[in-house]
Design a protein around this ligand. Structure first.
Ligand SMILES: O=C1O[C@H](COP(=O)(O)O)[C@@H](O)[C@H](O)[C@H]1O
Length: 221
């Protein structure tokens, strides 16, 4: 299928891929601006590194690409992970009100996200099943026309989430996908060989994939 040009960059290990992710984020945010940042575990080291960089932090706004419908401050919240990894640098963190449940949370988040687009940079992750943000393969949220969509019955727990949509995530100057570890190898192979996985549906011209060797395996050019 068509989709963005996928530009694969392979680094020796997860640490090096995360260092590059932090550098690309810092470049994009050098004059301030807004970034949508993946949750989950993969990007955590990149956020720790980013936090140490000299940036105009008060001019930077961050928003998670998706949020899990669990109470505020729950360990599974993506906004909690972001805040813990980045520490208090004076940036603005926009929290998506997923604690209100998928539908009400997405409705209220729509008004929060509307003033944030277009983004300077979006950093996405890739799940083992090929999901990105909380956009799962075959899920109706892929067809959403707004900026934020409710998600029920996500195959990865927790099942209730809200997510920035393809439309929101595609409004960015720079789109990055960070993929590390052997557990992501099959999803990355499928993405690169043309399977209809959610990142392929982004309407950005180029999606830069920052992968480590374990994830990229035999896919290196
Ligand atoms: O559930 C989620 O999964 C993806 C991938 O997470 P990871 O732990 O495998 O890196 C993540 O990008 C997304 O933000 C998150 O909510």
């Amino acid at each position: 299928m068509n989709g963005p040009h996928l530009q694969l960059e392979v680094y020796p290990d997860a640490g090096a891929a995360c260092r590059m992710a932090a550098q690309r984020l810092a470049q994009a945010l050098a004059q301030g601006g807004t970034a949508a940042l993946a949750g989950g575990n993969t990007p955590r080291p990149a956020y720790h590194l980013l936090a140490e960089m000299e940036l105009p932090w008060p001019a930077i706004t961050l928003v998670p690409t998706d949020e899990r419908c669990v109470p505020p401050d729950h360990p599974e919240r993506n906004d909690r992970m972001l805040a813990e990894a980045l520490g208090d640098r004076g940036y603005r963190l926009v929290r998506l009100p997923a604690e209100l449940g998928p539908e009400q949370g997405a409705r209220e988040a729509e008004a929060l996200v509307a003033p944030l687009v277009p983004f300077r940079v979006v950093l996405l992750g890739l799940g083992e099943d090929g999901h990105t943000a909380s956009l799962f393969p075959g899920h109706p949220a892929l067809e959403a026309t707004g900026l934020v969509a409710p998600v029920r019955r996500a195959p990865k727990p927790p099942p209730e989430r809200i997510t920035l949509t393809l439309r929101a995530l595609s409004q960015t100057e720079t789109a990055l996908l960070l993929v590390t570890g052997a557990s992501k190898r099959e999803a990355l192979r499928r993405l690169l060989t043309g399977d209809d996985l959610p990142p392929r549906r982004l309407t950005v011209p180029t999606l830069t994939i920052l992968a480590d060797r374990e994830a990229a395996d035999a896919m290196e050019a």
